[in-house]
Design a protein around this ligand. Structure first.
Ligand code: LLP
Length: 441
């Protein structure tokens, strides 16, 4: 994150705190998050999109996608910075509500919402439920009828666009579980079905095309499809949808030399496209919303580990044998599943001291009982890395803690926020007692 520097003796400092002090007081592994950086990224997205879309005369709502990482504190920070909160389950909804985010500023997603989740969202007065199937139109309408209040809904559509880093996180091609197909006609059918139920208030259209997307083209293509569908509905029924949500997916830089999405540039291109397409179609410009998660929280956080076993392994490469240094840390796939699940790439650096400048071809691995338990696949680490060193793995704020598990009965690490040199525990470390408390013998 932008608040990370090296102190005079070479140890990493984040927002004025020395990582050695953090490790001494809170232990490792730990997720270390820079609050100011989180707030800055939230503001940057809100301002970039608000400014760009102001030029075509419309407003923007930025929803922080809580699935990337949600805790009471970050939900509050996002809201204080003028963002709303996007939730995908009753659990995420509970965190946002606990944070004091008003229901009106919360959205609820999900391709398989339970009746309890729908009821809870309606009771909380959520600003919108994103409907994901034809069957759900009736389920939400029936639930709304019981509460006596109209339910505000968006219809999630599948635009057929394939974008994003990995098949598992691309969400708008046809053969997957999310949304209603525009090409297949189910999207239009769902819009008619919503309009036919007086218990529902139809707000607009939603699409999310994927995650870790690095250029604007896919978002522009999705916007075109949504705006055309909106114009078709208008032509057919006279109903003009007020809002179009373009989802999240803005990519970050995980490795040195990678370039993250520039929100100012993407917002500018998107606003130009939305403006031009609306002019072409002869429809007024809708209100726009977006749902960034990774781009807000990912780069704000690094994972701090302690190095244990260091083991040279002779490997047969294409150009002959070489030595790979296996550097084991005190966590692994239980605190960062992304390398194992998506082949995601990270880098690592010795954090507790100025390490040697000569490097060795290394692999950072965890403590779990399988060889796929890899944190960093291939990295040039200081050749003198040794047990007891602290190791930092940057850009773990998104989908790190949120996808963490207790594999091998490993307690999940804490999330620590640093603000002006002061460290605060946002989510405490799990203990063995926490885990054993669930085991009723
Ligand atoms: N909105 C919707 C409807 C989504 O499904 C998602 C992510 C987002 C917003 C936020 O996307 P972001 O801006 O964070 O890319 N576990 C995977 C990512 C899964 C994303 C699922 N949906 C990973 O670790 O890469």
């Amino acid at each position: 994150s932008s608040g990370v520097t090296r102190g005079p003796d070479g140890a990493l400092r984040v927002a004025g705190a020395d990582v050695r002090d953090i490790a001494r007081e809170h232990g490792t592994p730990a997720y270390v998050l820079d609050e100011a950086d989180f707030r800055r990224r939230a503001r940057t997205y809100r301002e970039a999109f608000t400014r760009a879309f102001a030029t075509i005369g419309t407003g923007v709502d930025v929803y922080y996608a809580g699935k990337a990482f949600l805790s009471v504190a970050v939900a509050r920070w996002a809201h204080e910075e003028g963002l709303r909160v996007d939730t995908a389950t009753g659990g995420e909804l509970a965190v946002a509500l606990r944070a004091g985010v008003p229901g009106a500023d919360i959205g609820l997603h999900g391709n398989n919402k339970s009746d309890a989740e729908i009821a809870r969202a309606l009771d909380a007065g959520v600003g919108r439920l994103i409907v994901d199937s034809l069957a759900e139109v009736d389920r939400v309408a029936d639930a709304a009828a019981r509460t006596g209040r109209r339910a505000p809904v968006m219809v999630r559509v599948t635009t057929g666009i394939h974008a994003g880093g990995h098949e598992y996180i691309s969400t708008a091609h046809e053969d997957q579980k999310f949304g209603l197909s525009v090409a297949g006609g189910q999207a239009l059918e769902a819009l008619h079905a919503v309009l036919a139920r007086p218990e529902l208030e139809l707000l607009g259209l939603h699409s999310h095309i994927g995650s870790q997307i690095l250029d604007a083209a896919g978002f522009e293509e999705a916007a075109r499809t949504l705006l055309r569908l909106r114009a078709d509905l208008h032509e057919g029924t006279g109903y003009l949808l007020g809002e179009v949500d373009l989802g999240g997916g803005y990519g970050v830089a995980y490795l040195p030399g990678e370039t993250p999405v520039d929100p100012v540039e993407v917002a500018g291109r998107l606003a130009a496209t939305v403006g031009a397409v609306c002019t072409e179609l002869g429809t007024p410009v809708p209100r726009i919303s977006i749902e960034p998660g990774r781009a807000i929280v990912g780069p704000t956080t690094f994972t701090l580990y302690t190095v244990g076993t260091v083991k040279p392994v002779t490997v047969e490469g294409d150009d002959g044998a070489f030595t790979r240094t296996y550097v084991s840390v005190d966590g692994g796939m239980s605190d960062n599943l992304r390398p194992a699940l998506y082949g995601a790439q990270y880098t690592a650096t010795v954090a507790s001291r100025a390490a040697a400048t000569d490097t060795a071809r290394s692999r950072v691995v965890g403590k779990h009982c399988e060889s796929g338990d890899i944190v960093v696949h291939d990295v040039r680490l200081a050749a003198d890395v040794r047990p007891g060193d602290l190791l930092a793995v940057p850009v773990t704020g998104a989908y790190g803690r949120s996808m963490a598990s207790n594999y091998n009965h490993v307690p999940r690490p804490p999330v620590l926020a640093v603000t002006d040199g002061v460290v605060r525990v946002l989510v405490r470390r799990e203990t063995e007692d926490d885990l054993l408390a669930l085991d009723l013998g």
